[in-house]
Ligand binder design. Structure first.
Ligand code: XLS
Ligand code: NI
Ligand code: NI
Length: 439
């Protein structure tokens, strides 16, 4: 394979140098081999760089053209796809992450027909496989882009026309085949256009059935081809559509239950999507664990003053630590990981800006793991919550949960003169423990 670009030539491989380093292109906290709670930091985080924000997006926004001028952006067709692949893998290796993620359309020469799409993807399959073998970088998850092409403007599987569903089936079938071939650990569905812009033209019940059918077909296909990875839905409440069916973790769970898929599909929780849904990230993570569907994380953040998916690199120590606390407490990732579904701002036009973004996020997450582990080892947070619910382990608590009827509880409460005794929730004390853990 010819090397098309040396875009990152001036950047040396990123190394861990410790918190006091003055080198901005070094890790301060992400010492990937450091063992925390019996596991290497890299194995806690399983970090992945995404293809789309860092290598496909050229910096355009609704008001202006691309700003980045990466060399491959001025190429076209297969030449562009090849140059982008070279640059992407150079970046993964220099940053030193074990995983990457991509959509089918991110990697291929642009196609106009479905047939061409499949052919172009086949061309890239060999090339990606070779790059992975050469570099040792692995695939965290694969996915199909079912939202950019105008054929999906009214939805992919939830489209009013079955032809769009069929096109989506072509893409997902081939993206799943490729994910299997590249030994991807998960397969993701983000329902980019699976929602509506107005109810004046939308039959919700029918669209939900179509979405359920599509997912069930994909799950069947997974078993047919022997893909052992995890199927993941990525919840998001709105943007690009006014409303999206996979609104948040709880909504996805209800949907999975309704279509009998709750044991087949888990969630890929994205920080900025949690915020858009009016939740905190730790709420979404804790809910996913409580419902038994935690899978993976898209690590990013919004801007507190903006109401859209700004996909910035995640760097809020308090939120990261609260999130990592729940992840660690529940045993951590299995097939999932931390995918940097994040992009540099459009004025950050240099190659090194891509490194600053990822280095900062890796450091912030590493610091979060360290802080969360210290909270777990310290034990006071957990002990407080355990103690708070201790009553449920008493005879009364067990009797209520397992044996009694409502009338029996009511009669016993009156007979025994039961009264609730409020205790402090100690929120400020607990928040201080959290802050103190971040070093
Ligand atoms: C968009 C989503 C998207 C998915 C993959 O908001 O986050 O990037 O992660 O399709
Ligand atoms: Ni995402
Ligand atoms: Ni997003």
């Amino acid at each position: 394979m010819t090397q098309h670009t040396d875009y990152f030539a001036s950047i040396k491989p990123i190394r861990f140098e410790g918190p006091d380093t003055e080198n901005p292109l070094a890790f301060r906290w992400y010492d990937k081999d450091r063992v925390i709670m019996g596991k290497r930091l890299e194995d806690h985080l399983r970090p992945a760089v995404c293809y789309w924000h860092s290598f496909c997006w050229n910096g355009f926004d609704v008001f202006g053209d691309g700003t980045f001028n990466r060399p491959w952006h001025s190429l076209s067709g297969q030449e562009m796809a090849d140059a982008k692949l070279d640059a992407a893998f150079d970046f993964f290796v220099k940053l030193g992450v074990p995983y990457f993620t991509f959509h089918d359309v991110d990697v291929i020469a642009p196609a106009t027909t479905m047939k061409e799409h499949v052919e172009n993807l086949a061309v890239m399959a060999d090339k990606i496989e070779a790059k992975m073998a050469q570099t040792g970088v692995k695939l965290l998850w694969g996915t199909a882009n079912l939202f950019s092409n105008p054929r999906y403007m009214g939805g992919a599987s939830t489209n009013p026309d079955p032809e769009a569903f069929a096109c989506a089936a072509v893409q997902v079938r081939h993206a799943m085949d490729l994910t299997l071939r590249l030994k991807g650990q998960n397969y993701v569905f983000w329902g980019g256009r699976e929602g509506y812009d107005t109810l004046l033209n939308t039959q919700i019940g029918r669209e939900l059935d179509q979405l359920g059918r599509f997912l069930a077909l994909a799950v069947d296909y997974k078993h047919k081809i022997g893909f052992k990875g995890t199927m993941l839905i990525e919840p998001k409440p709105h943007e690009p559509t006014k409303h999206q069916y996979d609104r948040d973790v709880s909504t996805v769970y209800g949907f999975l239950k309704r279509y009998g898929l709750e044991n087949e599909v888990k969630v890929n929780v994205e920080t900025n999507h949690a915020t858009l849904a009016g939740h905190s990230m730790d709420h979404e993570i804790a809910t996913a664990f409580a419902l038994g569907i935690f899978g993976s994380v898209d690590a990013n953040r919004g801007d507190p003053q903006n109401g859209w998916d700004t996909d910035q690199f995640w760097n809020d120590p308090l939120e990261i630590t609260r999130t990592m606390y729940h992840i660690l407490k529940n045993g951590g990732f299995t097939t999932g990981g931390m995918n940097f579904d994040a992009k540099v701002r459009r004025q950050s036009i240099d190659a090194e800006d891509l490194f600053h973004g990822h280095i900062g996020a890796l450091d912030a997450l590493a610091r979060g793991v360290i802080a969360a582990a210290s909270l777990i080892e310290d034990g006071r947070l957990d002990a407080f919550a355990e103690e708070r619910y201790a009553g449920w382990k008493s005879e009364l608590g067990r009797w209520i949960m397992n044996e009694s009827g409502l009338d029996e509880i009511a009669e016993r409460a009156l007979r025994e003169g039961v009264e609730a005794k409020p205790k402090s929730g100690r929120q400020e004390y607990l928040e201080n423990l959290l802050s103190a853990a971040i070093r």
